[in-house]
Design a binder for this molecule. Structure first.
Ligand code: IPM
Ligand code: MG
Length: 363
């Protein structure tokens, strides 16, 4: 397993550092050898090289089986022109690696039911996944720009772009609850009308999967009103950006959600949260989203579903023991640092692994 590490800015290095330790332990237990190539990306790369993404970093990504990214950005770089901002590195990486399929699961850990801003009874049992198209839409559409008097972007999708993500959505739905909600703004936007038409064409080949359409404003409301109704949410790049933050919030903390960005050749894994410069370097960051992203890496890049499942179980157990970083802490819990949380996950992983190995043996 050849993995490129892009810790990035703010809390990125802390959460990636913690997740890499988990990754090493898991790889060893499953007899996999793993090598790492660590590189700068985002603001730290800009400070050193004058660009948020160097060609060397891209080559390192092309040459690896998977990329693990922490977070990019920070107030320090906010006034830079768009193409030099840390965020530009992320967009270039997505485009250059062809990562069109962004998977953001919204799963509620039962131990965290009470840390959400939603009532536990509304939230309990929520388990959906947002499939966000990641290389099209206003994010990349041309023309774009602004002058003294106006600013403009272009919302554009090609048929091929909609077809490939729609197929993925229907396929993934078959492994879950068999339902896809396609989210658009077809009542106003031509591009969304086109999106809807193509999604329905692709659906012809998946008659066993239930499909419904929803306008994005309604979807935002429905996620908060009754999140249990969703199984797979398929959506455009911009709408997916917004909806995935809402989804992250209702699960109890943005610090909990992992993501995978997949293309036909490459894959990048990263927590959904940002670089949180205000708490960087203090050992306060929640590493669970990045650890959970490592679980997704095992599942999607290495087809090691058992490893992924055990990491998730270790996270669940750690939470149920009451361990909390500051972002999810409340009075009855045990407040831990980034590295204490990671140590607890590793300990629980080892224990669960050994128990399971033993039970296979005794069978
Ligand atoms: C995300 C982020 C990025 C996006 C930013 C940092 C460019 O918000 O991954 O959701 O808008 O896609
Ligand atoms: Mg976002």
């Amino acid at each position: 397993m050849k993995i490129t590490l892009l810790p990035g800015d703010g809390i990125g290095p802390e959460v990636v550092g913690a997740a890499v330790e988990v990754l090493k332990v898991v790889a060893e237990k499953f007899n996999q050898s793993v090598s790492f190539n660590e590189q700068l990306v985002g603001g730290c790369s800009y400070d050193k090289y004058g660009t948020p993404l160097t060609d060397e970093v891209l080559s390192a990504c092309y040459d690896s089986d998977a990329v693990l990214l922490g977070a990019v950005g920070g107030t320090k770089w906010e006034m830079l022109p768009q193409n030099l901002k840390p965020e530009a590195a992320l967009l270039k990486l997505r485009k250059a690696l062809g990562l069109y399929n962004n998977i953001r699961p919204a799963k509620v850990y039962s131990a965290l039911l009470s840390s959400s801003t939603l009532k536990p009874e509304v939230l309990e049992g929520t388990d959906f996944v947002i499939l966000r198209e990641l290389t099209g839409d206003v994010y990349f559409g041309e023309p774009r720009g602004y002058d003294e008097n106006k600013g403009w972007n272009t919302m554009i999708y090609t048929k091929e772009e909609v077809v490939r993500i729609a197929k993925y959505a229907f396929n993934i739905a078959r492994t879950r609850g068999n339902r896809v909600t396609s989210v658009d703004k077809a009542n106003v936007l031509d591009c969304s009308q086109f999106w809807r038409k193509v999604v329905h064409e692709v659906h012809q080949d998946y008659p066993d999967v239930q499909l419904n359409d929803m306008y994005v404003d309604n979807a935002a409301m429905q996620i908060v009103r009754n999140p249990k109704q969703f199984d797979v949410i398929l959506t455009q790049n911009l709408f997916g950006d917004i909806l995935s933050d809402i989804a992250a919030m209702i699960t109890g903390s943005l610090g909990m959600l992992p993501s995978a960005s997949l293309g036909s050749k490459y894959a990048l894994y990263e927590p959904v949260h940002g670089s949180a410069p205000d708490i960087a370097g203090q050992g306060k960051a929640n590493p669970l989203a990045t650890i959970s992203s490592v679980a997704m890496m095992f599942a999607y890049s290495f087809q090691m579903h058992k490893a992924a499942e055990l990491i998730e179980k270790a996270i669940e157990k750690t939470l149920s023991m009451g361990y909390r970083t500051a972002d999810i802490f409340s009075a009855e819990n045990i407040l831990v640092s980034t590295s204490q949380m990671k140590d607890a996950v590793i300990e629980n992983f080892n224990q669960i692994f050994d128990e399971q190995a033993l039970s296979v043996f005794t069978l």
